[in-house]
Design a binder for this molecule. Structure first.
Ligand SMILES: *[C@@H]1O[C@H](CO)[C@@H](O)[C@H](O)[C@H]1NC(C)=O
Length: 321
């Protein structure tokens, strides 16, 4: 006799009875469930599966202990809060190829199963979507209409702005009202929306801190947020010439979390190659892993610790080999 009570014990007829009973009680719900199986639905109340997100970050994001920790904390806190006072705003910054886009994609997939392809996830790339300075007015109007329209349709909509350091100040101004502590703006509440900003700004300063740790013989994993916060807030964001400061995003506390991405080392690049091979369904060949990792350029000149493109070119090198 099979053990009782586990998931080994369900039988098709029990499930059928359960579904029948449920749909008799809540005809509307089961219709909706059925509908959402075929069309994408906005599930703003669905709790975040924090352990799944944690596992995914740990398995796929390499060398970013700070980002992993902060993103988990930020998202679980936000999604478990039934009445957030403002939308969640994350500012991911660091060197190219360190995983900022990748993390945004993982977060998107954990909130809306179709990820970046979801109707509720919107990605804007400065140089692609807002290239012409003469058209700022048009971009501003469009963007505000889109954000309003999409959040009205789905409160938990997610907006990702890539290349923040190249975004015109006028565009930042257009987004700002949506990020603030307003219950509603023209009848729409933005408090359940999520905004993620990506920027390469400060990458050099993050690298310098990482390098200081390395040269002092300290572990990379011992770098704490406070080791970076100081450098970043004082040098990058308080720099009056930096557009971000002028934009008022920073000084008005509209950003909830600044998340630094550390430069990647040789071993992390190797992990990226392995992960990419697994994702392609091939077995991991350590010879190829080493060969791809050795194609990358490392800096500083003498010590050669950090990959200058992070894991960015791993895919094309892998195609090549
Ligand atoms: C939602 O945003 C997209 C851009 O990502 C835009 O094309 C679309 O028109 C917006 N929808 C509404 C209802 O505003």
């Amino acid at each position: 006799m099979p053990p009782r009570g586990g998931c080994c014990c369900w039988r098709p007829w029990r499930v059928a009875i359960a579904i029948g009973a449920a749909s008799a009680l809540t005809g509307y719900l089961s219709y909706k469930d059925l509908y959402c199986r075929f069309a994408e639905c906005c599930r703003e109340k669905q709790p975040l599966n924090a352990s799944a997100l944690k596992l995914e970050l740990e398995e796929k994001l390499f060398g970013q202990h700070l980002a992993t920790e902060v993103i988990l904390k930020a998202l679980t806190g936000f999604r478990n809060n039934p009445n957030p006072k403002k939308p969640l705003t994350l500012f991911l910054h660091g060197w190219a190829g360190t995983g900022k886009n990748f993390v945004s994609q993982i977060v998107a997939e954990n909130l809306h199963s179709k990820g970046l392809k979801s109707n509720f996830v919107h990605l804007f790339v400065s140089t692609l979507h807002f290239p012409h300075e003469q058209q700022i007015k048009l971009y501003q109007d469009q963007l505000q209409t889109w954000i309003r329209g999409n959040v009205s349709a789905c409160a938990s909509s997610m907006f990702i702005f890539d290349e923040m350091d190249k975004l015109h100040l006028g565009i930042i101004d257009a987004i700002k009202p949506f990020l603030d502590y307003y219950e509603q703006v023209d009848g729409v509440s933005y408090q359940k929306a999520i905004f993620i900003f990506l920027s390469n700004a400060g990458g050099d300063l993050i690298t310098k801190t990482a390098l200081d740790f390395w040269r002092a013989g300290r572990k990379r994993e011992d770098i704490q947020l406070k080791d970076l916060e100081h450098v970043l807030s004082v040098r990058v964001f308080n720099n009056k010439h930096s557009g971000l400061w002028h934009s008022g995003l920073i000084d008005r506390n509209l950003i909830d979390y600044f998340i630094p991405f550390l430069p990647l080392e040789y071993t992390h690049v190797k992990e990226c190659v392995r992960a990419e091979m697994r994702a392609r369904g091939s077995t991991v060949d350590e010879d190829i892993v080493t060969r791809v990792a050795e194609e990358m350029t490392f800096f500083p000149k003498d010590e050669k610790i950090y990959s200058d493109k992070g894991c960015k070119t791993v895919q094309s090198w892998l195609d090549f080999h």
